[in-house]
Design a protein around this ligand. Structure first.
Ligand SMILES: Cc1cc2nc3c(=O)[nH]c(=O)nc-3n(C[C@H](O)[C@H](O)[C@H](O)COP(=O)(O)OP(=O)(O)OC[C@H]3O[C@@H](n4cnc5c(N)ncnc54)[C@H](O)[C@@H]3O)c2cc1C
Length: 504
């Protein structure tokens, strides 16, 4: 049915803070009148998931600035952001009843609690007579659209389709199905918001920003906005893509895209990234295909995380591998946890990563794997503790990628590193930060140490330490654990998995 000019639609804004390639916005804009609505639900009302009742502090910071930037963009087109607070079902129901809204559109989210909430809301709004539709705006392919099996050798379906648990065949199937989609254009004009601003609330009143201002590092490192996402993508394509296969592993270099928080808040979509990548490739014939392949497969890991989350929703806080249940974890040792979270373990690569995280809300992927491995394996602290710390401190916190990253490193997820793979942060540092630049940047106490000792200061001769003004135990900690002994302890602990009933 064609909308009449009196029809009013809501674009329910969630993690899709952008105007371009936004199917929910476009659908809503085709109605006569449009309310771009952000609904803030506090902890008890937020359908986030079981493990995280509300967004973490770093995500709240990003959300505040991202919404501000979106409001500026909307105003430039003649509209504006409308903010409300409360349980989404109550707020939307109220707008349908009291503000003449007869259509609600949103882009999908995939955590189990979000799916349950959205299904409920769809049902309720339709019962109130409103038109409702949801769209995929954050993935290359819907998590349920890729599956294995279900076909016999004559190509006919004779077995139930099963989700993938191994990345490589999953990604092959995605590529076969197709990951190229033409992104949707941004609207050129939008109608004015047909509702008294007083019906909503001020963004500032949500108090998303920290009360004590610890966010200076975040402000220096990031500019949340759709515009800034595109500027980062362009810089990456021009300056880093060609050396991405090696550069992505070097934490001291700008070798990766740093698009993750923009993706997490939907300031750019993976479809837009793939499209821009293909255009760039077409105009740069000398570009090595391998660089494009590797970068695309990293986007594939993000997709895989959502595939797993959708099909195995318990994996947000429970191991995918049921064998893991046999492990009897010791009580976490508080001093180890404190040292890890504060970047004071005395192991330079780990401390550099944890301080980078605290300061900027982001940590390089290579270092994430190292700090996670140290926590779960050398310290024997269950991965869920680290997962929650990351959820609070990462600006790119993403339910699916975070759970997947932690389970992969711990060894209990899909396609995971085996339990006996224990990262050695000294060797990893020497390999991926050979000049020690990453350490010098984030652990300035060690800046004057010669490169030979920078990843293992406890082995440096007293004279070397003295001339670099490093006093272990005074201005930089001695290691809180012995890497070799804690590795042996971990191997003995995880050996129980070999006796557990189902395959790892
Ligand atoms: C313990 C642990 C926790 C993690 N938690 C998160 C998280 O909460 N949010 C998050 O976005 N990523 C997470 N990752 C994955 C990865 O570390 C980040 O996506 C990456 O560091 C982001 O930097 P980038 O944008 O420069 O990535 P690039 O190398 O430029 O890759 C481009 C994009 O591909 C995706 N991507 C890259 N690597 C991975 C990966 N291993 N898994 C899933 N997606 C990937 C991201 O969306 C990224 O922005 C985690 C990894 C580990 C080991």
């Amino acid at each position: 049915m064609k909308p009449s000019p009196a029809d009013t639609a809501i674009w329910w804004i969630r993690r899709d803070l952008r105007l371009a390639d936004n199917p929910a916005l476009l659908a809503a804009a085709q109605h006569g009148r449009l309310i771009p609505l952000y609904i803030h639900a506090e902890a008890a009302d937020a359908a986030h998931d079981e493990a995280h009742a509300a967004p973490g502090a770093a995500s709240r910071w990003w959300l505040h600035h991202g919404l501000k930037a979106l409001d500026v963009q909307l105003r430039a087109l003649g509209s504006g952001l409308h903010v409300a607070q409360g349980k989404a079902e109550n707020v939307l129901g109220q707008y349908v009843r009291e503000h003449g809204v007869n259509a609600v559109y949103w882009n999908r989210q995939y955590a189990p609690a979000q799916i349950a909430r959205d299904t409920r809301i769809k049902h309720d709004l339709r019962a109130q007579g409103a038109q409702v539709a949801s769209f995929n705006a954050s993935l290359l392919n819907e998590p349920w659209s890729i599956s294995q099996g279900g076909k016999n050798d004559r190509g006919k379906s004779d077995a139930p389709a099963r989700p993938y648990k191994v990345f490589t065949p999953y990604w092959k199937a995605c590529l076969k199905q197709g990951i190229e989609h033409t992104p949707l254009p941004a609207p050129e004009r939008l109608p004015p918001v047909p509702i008294n601003p007083l019906a909503g609330i001020e963004l500032d009143s949500l108090q998303l920003l920290p009360r004590i201002s610890w966010d200076r590092g975040l402000t220096t490192a990031w500019t949340p906005s759709e515009y800034s996402a595109w500027s980062r993508l362009r810089t990456f394509l021009e300056q880093a893509l060609s050396s991405y296969p090696e550069g992505r592993n070097l934490p001291a270099q700008a070798g990766c895209s740093r698009l993750s928080p923009h993706l997490a808040f939907g300031e750019i979509s993976p479809r837009q990234i793939v499209h821009a990548l293909r255009q760039f490739q077409a105009t740069h014939p000398a570009l090595d295909d391998e660089a494009v392949r590797v970068f695309l497969s990293e986007l594939g890991w993000r997709e895989f995380g959502y595939h797993l989350l959708y099909h195995f929703p318990h994996t947000l806080d429970t191991a995918l591998n049921p064998r893991w249940e046999v492990l009897q974890w010791p009580q976490p040792e508080p001093q180890l946890w404190l040292a890890w979270t504060h970047g004071q373990t005395g192991i330079p690569l780990v401390d550099a990563g944890m301080r980078e995280l605290w300061h900027t809300g982001w940590m390089h992927n290579r270092v994430r794997m190292n700090v996670a491995s140290l926590l779960v394996k050398n310290m024997l602290i269950p991965w869920q503790h680290g997962e929650r710390w990351f959820a609070d401190t990462l600006v790119d916190f993403d339910l699916a990628s975070n759970a997947q990253g932690w389970q992969w490193t711990a060894g209990c997820g899909a396609d995971a590193a085996p339990y006996f793979r224990i990262f050695n942060p000294v060797l990893q540092g020497e390999k991926f930060d050979p000049d020690g630049d990453y350490i010098r940047r984030w652990v300035p106490e060690l800046a004057a140490l010669p490169t030979r000792w920078i990843h293992r200061p406890w082995e440096a001769p007293a004279q070397v330490l003295q001339s670099a003004e490093v006093t272990l135990g005074m201005n930089y900690p001695r290691p809180v654990l012995d890497l070799a002994a804690s590795r042996q302890r971990a191997l003995a602990f995880f050996a129980a998995l070999k006796q557990a009933p189902t395959a790892v």
